[in-house]
Design a protein. Sequence first.
Length: 307
Amino acid sequence: MTELRARTLSALSTPGARAGIAVMLFAMFLFAVNDTLGKWLVATYSAGQVLLVRSVAALVVLAPFLRGATARALLRPERPGLQALRVAVSTLEVFCFYVAVAYLPLADVMTYWMAAPIYVAALSPLVLGERVGWRRWSAIAVGFLGVVIALEPSRASLSPAAAVSIVGSLAFAGMMLLSRVLRGTPDTTLVFWQTAGAGAAGLALAPFAWVTPSGLDLGLLALLGVLSMIGHVAVNRAFKLADAATIVPYQYTLLFFVAVLGYFVFGDVPRPALVVGAAIIVGAGVYIFLRERAVARRDAAATPAPP
């Protein structure tokens, strides 16, 4: 935490870093509004219908960027098998999210999703062949403890919806791992196939529980896709304005935003156990990230320069 404090003070003295932090906070607020709107809509419309309309709207926003070489690259992505697997887990992730928020408070669902970096750290030795030392394993164990505390498995709160949340957060972690493996693929290609896959799943599921939306609701369903696309663009911009070690901790402000919106829109009051579990998860996640950065810098310094 001392390193985090030092980096934060250093960042605030740099105009570019301050701009990056501001853009990241804006992106997290957009995602919180998007998630709140999604929870509002799944009270009336099925998860499949929400997936379909939001994906179509997102593809309309993305279409102007799919020209020339970019459009041709979409048809020849690297490692198509892994690309298809990433599309599958990303579609499962967003489907589980909309199912979960239909039954659980928004803050509960987002707390489980925020544990995804901990799952990534635990799986990276197996999937990516990365070396994880005892410090990160200790943080991973603490992070899992935070998930258990948030779940309160001894109470009735361990419901099927909570299980769906865990499955969704694991799928989110899988998507993050596959994104690391496919980091050579352009962002446009990843976003396009991810969105198209979710749209295809929505097209298959929506007819089974179709509710004809009003003009206003149709616009709100489409707004989900637009807000999500703008949020992802803002996150990418934030990482260009400031160092990742400065920006990443601010992603956890999403928990604060959804808790506030959940309270004012739905009257949800976070459970004490959820607050404690979320604090542990956030602390473990930030530590794991900073430790990964420190190890990467040390390894880079130890690598001899080419002649």
